[in-house]
Design a protein. Sequence first.
Length: 217
Amino acid sequence: MSFFEYLQDRREHLIDLGIEHALVVIQAILIAAVIGVALGLLTYRTERAREMVLATAGVFLTIPSLALFGLFIRSPDPFGLSRTSVVTALVMYSLLPIVRNTIVGLREVDPAVVESAQGMGMGRIARLFRIELPLAWPVILTGVRVSTVIVVGIAAIGAYIRGPGLGNDIFAGVARISSPAALNLVLGGMLGVIIIAILFDLFYVLLTRVTTSRGLR
């Protein structure tokens, strides 16, 4: 069976796996965005706290994904063989770009703008949410975008611990590498991951245009 015939025959199956893959990425990114932006907001003014948070998030990103998923195999619930383990790992890998870009974006806000807002009587919270965060938003969104593309690929490895998504076909193909269907399974999973990554990236391009004022683009 040719690869194109395989895609036609397994179209619904690949779409189902693709939806599962996208949903687990979305869940992880939403959690990571909340945690990452909050950590950035709490630490961007304090050097020591900022360095500790960035160092910790950096360590997460250096852990080999297969090794991390392998650790979860031997862990008790809720970090056993489950969707929770995959989401937890993806959140860990997502944090560094989001935290770093939140800190960078907030620290790059022109101090003169902040001082002007303060002179107009704005309090600390009002300045943060009405001035600093909107100005830092394009940089923060770029961090979320980078994290999303990173974890789209890593999510496929979640199939190693029976996680959802296209990695199941990839690992099934690898396990049957000598069979005629193995290459189609691997290529089908890889193609699905690439398409999902492209769709997410296009979504962020649109979101950036919709949520960012023209003066900041």
